[in-house]
Design a protein around this ligand. Structure first.
Ligand SMILES: [Zn+2]
Length: 175
């Protein structure tokens, strides 16, 4: 806000008629601009003095100090509003972060579980296929194994799949 703009709002401020969106700019300018502060002081003394005389009130002893207090109050009010706004933004941000974190941890947990299952199956595959396969798939079951292997065109089906298919085939034969 320029000095000209600030000075054009002095009377409105004194009369409590300044626009809400102008008030803080105005106060900040007055706070840091000696000339405009002086101007405000003069107008405030004149207008407030006249008002007090008109309404037969005792005249203020120190208009400047009174004005200073009023400005301080107005600045503080705004600070509180800003603080409140900041803290609500903070709460929202924290909530979103917390939500994302929980989601991420769950996601990691699921990944870990899947990993563990794969690992176990792989370990099982390796262990069982090297040590138990010869016993489980007996020689006379060769036809089944062939059937199973023919089923899978791409890669080795893995031990669990073989067992599953083996059991299905056995069940079917039992019927
Ligand atoms: Zn100024």
């Amino acid at each position: 806000m320029t000095c000209l703009e600030a000075q054009s709002k002095i009377i409105a401020y004194i009369d409590y008629k300044i626009e809400k969106e102008d008030k803080q700019d105005f106060l900040q300018h007055i706070k840091h601009c000696k000339n405009c502060r002086e101007e405000l002081d003069i107008y405030y003394t004149m207008i407030e003095g006249m008002r007090q005389l008109d309404s037969n009130q005792p005249l203020s002893k120190d208009f400047s100090a009174e004005l200073g207090e009023r400005m301080e109050r107005d600045l503080k009010k705004n600070r509180k509003k800003k603080d409140f706004f900041r803290s609500s933004v903070c709460v929202v941000v924290m909530a979103v972060l917390g939500f994302l974190l929980v989601g991420y941890v769950n996601f990691l947990h699921i990944l870990h579980e899947e990993e563990q299952v794969k690992l176990k199956e792989a370990q099982g595959d390796y262990y069982f296929s090297t040590s138990l396969e010869p016993y489980l798939f007996e020689l006379e079951e060769n036809e089944f194994i062939r059937a199973i292997n023919m089923d899978v065109t791409q890669e080795d089906p893995g031990f669990y799949k073989k067992v599953r298919q083996y059991r299905i085939l056995k069940q079917n034969r039992g019927k």
